[in-house]
Design a protein around this ligand. Structure first.
Ligand code: NAD
Length: 300
């Protein structure tokens, strides 16, 4: 392997330390509420991980685990209560949801100021308008990682493989906001290799093991592997791989590994978003308190 490895864990630790320091300057520890519906073991494990990490950096967190049979109306009623509760700074509804609940209705219902996943249309629109407030965690974590390792983004040619709302699209907006020239490739892209070979920064977020092979990578490029794929090895044991073939390390200038790359950034960014949400809410509260108290000579 000749490429420089961009390790995720130390960068996630730096992001968490920064979030913890900012949280400690707030009047009360930021409070993240996570709502989970159903019995999916993977979702339950993600939620436990997020909640544990929140505690480690001095945030409060509460988990609402609702039964699989929860109706959309019941979930929306809970979100409404959480929206109105001034002691709740961040609300995260763990996806996927059971089929009787429309994901879009739930994401629309969360107060955009508490939308720590950054999926509310208002936050999506602000991101594309170049005024990001709360941005989706995996893409924001990738930007932090690139910055941490000093990978130049402004003026670079960035190619993202994958156009999901979770990763590809918001990452395209963030890279564009950071002055990269951005191409988004997807399952219908013709001659994917010709597109990816243009990239100074290549981000693979397709969920396809070994999709990116060495001949698809420009020598010296930075390759960010977002994919998380469970595959079986020769002995039939499951393990995790990304979307990038291991031989890419011989061509790339720098790359992230799976595991140990982008994965840890996502949870760290969620907690950073929770602190950001709390900061924005406290700033808005202080502003309105000052406005209320200020003498006015306005004509009555
Ligand atoms: P998704 O299934 O919603 O989207 C996949 C995208 O890849 C689609 O836009 C599709 O067009 C594109 N694609 C699929 N096959 C392709 C091909 N052969 N060539 C070109 N494009 C192709 O997935 P997602 O939610 O965006 O996640 C993508 C991957 O990233 C998954 O492996 C997921 O597990 C992983 N992921 C990791 C993290 C993390 O924290 N590291 C977070 C989110 C997602």
């Amino acid at each position: 392997m000749s490429a420089r490895v961009l390790a995720g864990p130390p960068v996630a630790a730096a992001l968490l330390a920064d979030a913890a320091a900012r949280a400690s300057r707030l009047p009360t520890p930021p409070n993240l509420v996570i709502v989970r519906v159903g019995d999916d073991p993977a979702s339950a494990s993600y939620v436990r991980g997020k909640s544990r990490k929140a505690g480690e950096v001095g945030l409060r967190s509460t988990v609402h685990a609702l039964p699989e049979t929860t109706s959309q109306a019941q979930l929306l009623a809970l979100i409404d209560t959480l929206n109105r509760d001034d002691d709740v700074n961040g609300i995260l509804v763990q996806l996927p949801l059971p089929p009787q609940i429309a994901e879009a209705a739930v994401l629309h219902a969360i107060d955009p100021r508490k939308d720590v996943d950054g999926f509310h249309p208002l936050n999506v629109g602000e991101l594309w308008a170049g005024r990001p407030a709360l941005t989706p965690c995996t893409p924001a974590g990738i930007m932090y990682l690139l910055e941490h390792y000093g990978i130049p983004v402004a003026g670079a040619r960035a190619v993202i493989v994958g156009r999901s709302h979770l990763v590809g699209r918001p990452l395209a907006a963030l890279l564009l906001n950071a002055d990269a020239t951005v191409t988004v490739a997807h399952s219908r892209t013709r001659d994917l290799g010709a597109v990816t070979r243009e990239a100074d920064i290549l981000i693979a977020a397709a969920g396809r093991p070994d999709l990116i092979t060495p001949e698809m990578v420009k020598p010296g490029a930075t390759v960010i592997d977002v994919g998380i794929n469970r595959v079986l090895n020769a002995e039939g044991k499951g393990h995790l791989v990304g979307d990038v073939h291991p031989d890419v390390a011989a061509v790339a200038g720098a790359l992230t590994l799976v595991p140990g790359g982008v994965g840890p950034m996502t949870v760290a960014q969620l907690l950073a978003n929770t602190v950001r949400a709390a900061e924005l809410q406290h700033a808005a509260y202080s502003d309105s308190a000052q406005t209320d108290a200020a003498p006015t000579d306005a004509v009555q």
